[in-house]
Design a protein around this ligand. Structure first.
Ligand code: 5GP
Length: 206
């Protein structure tokens, strides 16, 4: 069976990528990796569903035991992608979504060259700030830090293969799925199929 693909989704904090990813998993049949983090749960977040919430010591021991395929520090906290789930899902041929920030995305691309890198953004920075402030879960100081961080993240945008504007949720979700489907159809991702169909034709015309 062909291995699954890693679909890395990054974007500015506040660009709505969490909602996009949730809807992608609901609407289409993707597997979603749940990250570990040392940040405090936001209201309504559930351990094991949104994140695995860890202490700094627990997180560091997972690093020591090679428990992550990548991890990074973002603003004031650690975030990491658990290795076991991802490897098992890929081996079962499932496409796995990782919703991670840019350092993690670059790290994944160097380890998994066939990973697809997708960047989700708002149409402008005013919309981004409105969404961050509207979320109400972050202090003004953290909002400012996240916007400054967005400026750094924008530098790595050209390293992504696809940049998708999240203006309308359903349109954005469908655009992400479309690029994944289109990518699967590329000839370089169909080498086994090409060999097989050629062989079938040879057998048939023999
Ligand atoms: P938040 O605190 O808003 O949930 O996430 C902050 C940032 O960390 C987001 O950009 C999110 O995509 C990223 N993030 C979440 N999980 C991981 C992870 O496992 N690895 C990395 N590198 N970044 C992550």
């Amino acid at each position: 069976m062909a291995r699954g693909r890693l679909i890395v989704i990054s974007g500015f904090s506040g660009a709505g990528k969490g909602t996009v990813v949730k809807r992608l998993v609901e609407k289409y049949n993707y597997s979603l990796s749940i990250s570990a983090t040392t940040r405090e749960p936001r209201e309504g977040e559930v351990d094991g569903r949104d994140y695995y919430f860890k202490t700094v010591d627990e997180f560091k021991s997972l690093i020591d035991y090679n428990g992550f395929i990548e991890w990074a520090q973002y603003v004031e906290n650690y975030y990491g992608t658990p290795r076991k789930f991802v490897e098992e899902e890929l081996a079962e041929g499932k496409d796995v979504i990782l919703e991670i920030e840019v350092q993690g995305a670059m790290n994944i691309k160097s380890q998994y060259p066939d990973a697809m890198l997708i960047f989700i953004t708002t149409k402008d920075i005013v919309t981004l700030k409105d969404r961050l402030v509207g979320r109400g879960s972050e202090s003004a100081d953290v909002v400012e830090k996240r916007i400054r961080r967005a400026a750094e993240e924008a530098e790595t945008m050209p390293s992504y293969e696809y940049i998708i504007i999240n203006d309308d949720l359903e349109a954005c979700v469908d655009a992400v799925n479309s690029v994944v489907v289109a990518d699967r159809c590329k000839k370089e991702n169909q080498t086994e199929f090409l060999i097989d169909i050629k062989k079938q034709l040879e057998d048939y015309t023999r």
